[in-house]
Design a binder for this molecule. Sequence first.
Ligand SMILES: NC(=O)c1ccc[n+]([C@@H]2O[C@H](COP(=O)([O-])OP(=O)(O)OC[C@H]3O[C@@H](n4cnc5c(N)ncnc54)[C@H](OP(=O)(O)O)[C@@H]3O)[C@@H](O)[C@H]2O)c1
Length: 348
Amino acid sequence: MQQLDFIHMRRCFELAKQGQYTVTPNPMVGCVVVRGGEVLAEGYHLQKGEAHAERDALLKIENAKGATLYCNLEPCCHTKKTTPPCLPLIIEKQISRVVICNVDPNPMVSGQGIKLLQAAGIKVDVGILEEEGSEINKTFFHSMKNAKPYITLKFAQTLDGKMATLSGDSKWISSEKSRKRAHKLRLENDAILVGGRTLNLDNPKLTPRFGYEEFGKVPYRLVVGNPEKMDSSAELFNDEFKERTIILSTNKDAAFSSSIKRIEIGSIIDWQNVWTKLHELEIRSVLVEGGPQVLSSIIEQNSFDAVEVFIAPKILGDGIAISGRAQELMKNTIQLSGEDLHLSARRN
Ligand SMILES: NC(=O)c1ccc[n+]([C@@H]2O[C@H](COP(=O)([O-])OP(=O)(O)OC[C@H]3O[C@@H](n4cnc5c(N)ncnc54)[C@H](OP(=O)(O)O)[C@@H]3O)[C@@H](O)[C@H]2O)c1
């Protein structure tokens, strides 16, 4: 690999990020075509059903003979999708070298694209800036490898670990700045999940706001519980995005007079099973926003990948908090990566 290879691959990353909020359930991919030090064309994948990055770039070039194609993901060869595979076009355009960051973990592609390029006499270099590339497509890769979405638990708590008062008031624990960050998290995830009690008590919209509404993306909004107990006049069931709402129903016999989509998940929740059902809908990432009962149940089953917690310099006393099976020993805690948080707070 040469210095220029790194520069062009970093440019692929920048291009890939053009699809950051639109491309899911597909991966973020950028492509640069270079010959003799001159960039002939660039491309990226914006959304499912539209041209893949390689095609987007190559169709802009009349003569690409002998050029090098940089792409952060292995070019696709399978035809089971809405867009044509990129591989035949790369061969037809007489590209002589392909530089790839990540092998596609999609079982329909994985390694096949590379083999076919090599069989066509094209030099292939794989693995440049692999870690950076994996981070960009973290949720897609996770989803392909594990057949379930990337699960992030998000909550706000007081210094003494409470998420709401005993009466259920939780507006607001965290600052406006933290809530703004939380709205960006909504934008970054395919689905937001809450429990039935949070729905009834808070009547949340679960849409990205605080300046993020301009991106136009509304994630799936998932409510877990017994539909019969859910307030049918809630925002999620009646607003303009109600077709993005899904009830994860724990009571298959429950009557619920509404057109809202419903998935039966059984009265005793197995979260792994729930994630599998969401994977079938091509949901690659879920942000679990609580409340404490939902979070406790997921933590108890150790069925999550990341935590985003906002700790406010407030002390509440008795209140609602995450709970779960008590551990006898510290060695039995769920240890995540990251550092201790040291927060200094004082009276004004
Ligand atoms: N600080 C924060 O970040 C934050 C975030 C969200 C909410 N909150 C606050 O949290 C409070 C609500 O939390 P909560 O703990 O009372 O309720 P919750 O977690 O929102 O919802 C609990 C309901 O979800 C269903 N459910 C959850 N886990 C289940 C399981 N394993 N099996 C079966 N059903 C399950 C049940 O519905 P059914 O009863 O219908 O069966 C249960 O009643 C509110 O005060 C809200 O303001 C705070």
